[in-house]
Design a binder for this molecule. Structure first.
Ligand code: FAD
Length: 537
């Protein structure tokens, strides 16, 4: 545990939303082992919360034996950073933070922590871009994985060995300068390799190349017992498949061997508008079924809704007011987004693909826009959005995001029951709604990651709302009602980046994989030290 003085200062120096969160610390103490959601509270309650927080934080500190030769950071700023995440909804205060200089240091820490009686829990933290405290550890030790970063490209350029805390944007920079590149990307690249491989790592290339977890050849992992193990489909395969999508439960990834391919130089990046949902999804599904050379390399989709912010900036100035009118009159306009990557030699093929898009898709005539951008800029496109939101003070706000997989046969029901009947009926929505299909056969069922099982095509849905401390609970209730509607109407969803607090929800989430998942926990982390912020064990 941090000293009460350190925490006191951490709380006092924290930003307003975090101070509100201090109320939850008390609740946390009352209900050990549970994550606590924060709500906005009147000022008087906040002051009371602060006092109570001081009281609750008085407890023993983590003392590491000198022989471990590890420095535990307990200063307020280290504690404060490690207590929060991108979701901005929870506060989980660790006892200290370690910045390892090598994987051996993590192994030493875990060997000590797991020896004899459990001493404290441990969570690897990449960028803390989790939504509900999944990278947090109450009173335990955070391993700041950004201290372990680096990329080594193999001589034959077929793979890169990447340290667990490396950001994907740095993997891209280091590989692209050699003319090679990973093949599957998240929309946002400022997330860590270990963090996305613990979830799945999904985006617009999944339909063709699979999620990021499907593009890993081997891993170095430190288990909850402190063992340092290399694993792959051939070696320690139980650990390999467990860790991929394993929510940090079985070990800490210190190295991942990532598949590389040729790095194209540029991307032709298109957006097309549809007013008809059936036409939109039909075109999406056709495009993801096409072969590499004749088809697109990236495909996603998003919704423009009349009760939300409609960003038409991708389209020519002359079309922007027409698009706003379309959204007003139709309620929802569906945006198909695709990209085709190319170099000078492949440029002629691009002409054919553009021709195919123009001639065979059923978008609203005239409503197609194309940007020709560098491959790096295309992949790193969300950084510009981050910079914009940061400059407006809108990045560090609560993010009650809901990510779902929906089977293809139920996407129309989902559209009618959720998008039209729930989202569109709100007075307003903030943020982005993504909706695009992917091919289920690009996932490997032996891995821990869950996706709906039943059909060849699965839709990836991101209802990525931003909130304020005042309305975050309202948005969370909306998310709950979306899940309820899906359940009641038999839409077989699976959540992604989910956070359950009840064991039965986890058992239901993993379904037939639950037994293997819990057996692997007993095998690799019997003291249940790792990533307790996921609230599974
Ligand atoms: P953290 O939040 O730090 O950690 C996540 C979990 O993994 C925690 O349980 C943690 O303990 C564990 N962990 C972290 N590092 C390791 C490690 N080395 N070994 C073992 N366990 C570890 N995701 C997508 O799939 N597709 C997207 O398009 C996408 N877009 C995003 C856009 C934005 C703006 C943001 C903020 C997030 C987005 N994400 C997306 C989510 C992102 O993939 C997750 O937040 C993921 O957890 C990676 O973030 P991180 O590296 O900060 O991990």
């Amino acid at each position: 545990m941090p000293s009460s003085e350190a925490c006191k200062r951490a709380v006092l120096n924290a930003k307003p939303s975090a101070i509100k969160s201090s109320f939850a610390l008390i609740l946390y103490k009352v209900l050990p082992g549970q994550s606590v959601k924060m709500q906005a509270r009147p000022a008087a309650v906040l002051v009371a919360s602060l006092h109570a927080a001081f009281v609750c934080i008085k407890s023993s500190e983590i003392i590491l034996p000198k022989s471990l030769n590890l420095t535990l950071l307990t200063d307020p700023s280290a504690i404060s950073v490690a207590s929060h995440d991108f979701g901005n909804i929870t506060t989980v205060i660790p006892g200290g933070v370690i910045c390892p200089s090598s994987p051996v240091e993590i192994s030493r820490l875990l060997t000590y922590a797991s020896n004899g009686e459990r001493k404290f829990q441990v969570a690897a933290r990449g960028q803390g871009h989790s939504l509900m405290g999944q990278a947090g550890v109450p009173d335990g030790v955070i391993i700041n994985m950004t201290c372990l970063a680096g990329v080594v490209v193999s001589d034959d350029m077929k793979y890169a060995d990447v340290a667990g805390g490396t950001l994907w944007v740095d993997v891209l920079k280091n590989t692209a300068e050699k003319g090679v590149s990973p093949v599957s990307w998240t929309d946002y690249l400022h997330v860590s390799v270990g963090g996305t491989l613990s979830n799945a790592g999904i985006g617009g290339e999944v339909f063709r190349n699979g999620p990021q977890i499907s593009n890993v050849l081997e891993l170095d992992v430190i288990t909850g017992k402190g063992e340092m193990l290399a694993c792959s489909p051939q070696l320690n395969s139980e650990l390999f498949y467990g860790v991929l999508g394993g929510l940090g439960q079985f070990g800490i990834i210190t190295r991942a061997r990532i598949v590389l391919n040729h790095a194209p130089k540029r991307a032709k990046w298109f957006r097309m508008l549809y007013s008809d949902f059936a036409a939109f999804t039909k075109d999406q599904e056709r495009l993801i079924s096409m072969a590499n050379d004749t088809g697109v390399d990236y495909l996603e989709g998003q919704l423009f809704m009349s009760n939300g912010v409609v960003d038409t900036s991708f389209f020519p100035q002359s079309d922007q007011s027409k698009i706003a009118d379309l959204v007003k009159s139709h309620g929802i306009i569906y945006v198909l987004e695709v990209a085709k990557f190319y170099d000078d030699p492949t440029l002629p093929i691009i002409g054919q693909v553009v021709d195919m898009l123009n001639k065979t898709l059923s978008y609203l005539p005239g409503f197609i826009s194309m940007h020709d951008v560098a491959y790096f800029d295309f992949l790193n496109r969300v950084k510009a959005e981050e910079d914009k939101l940061r400059s407006l003070g809108l990045w560090e706000v609560p993010h009650p995001w809901l990510n779902l997989y929906v089977p293809k046969s139920q996407i129309l029901n989902f559209h009618n029951g959720v998008v039209k009947d729930i989202l569109l009926k709100q007075n307003s929505t903030s943020g982005l709604t993504l909706l695009y299909p992917s091919n289920r056969n690009k996932w490997d069922n032996r891995m821990s990651a869950m996706v709906t099982d039943e059909e060849d095509v699965v839709y990836i849905i991101g209802i990525l709302q931003s909130a304020t401390p005042q309305n975050v609970q309202e948005v969370e209730s909306l998310n709950d009602s979306i899940i309820r509607v899906c359940k009641d109407s038999g839409i077989k969803i699976k959540q992604y980046l989910m956070h359950y607090t009840r064991k039965e929800d986890w058992v239901e989430h993993f379904g037939t994989k639950w037994s293997d998942f819990s057996k692997r926990k007993d095998l690799f982390d019997p003291k249940k030290l790792l990533s307790p912020g996921q609230d599974i064990f």
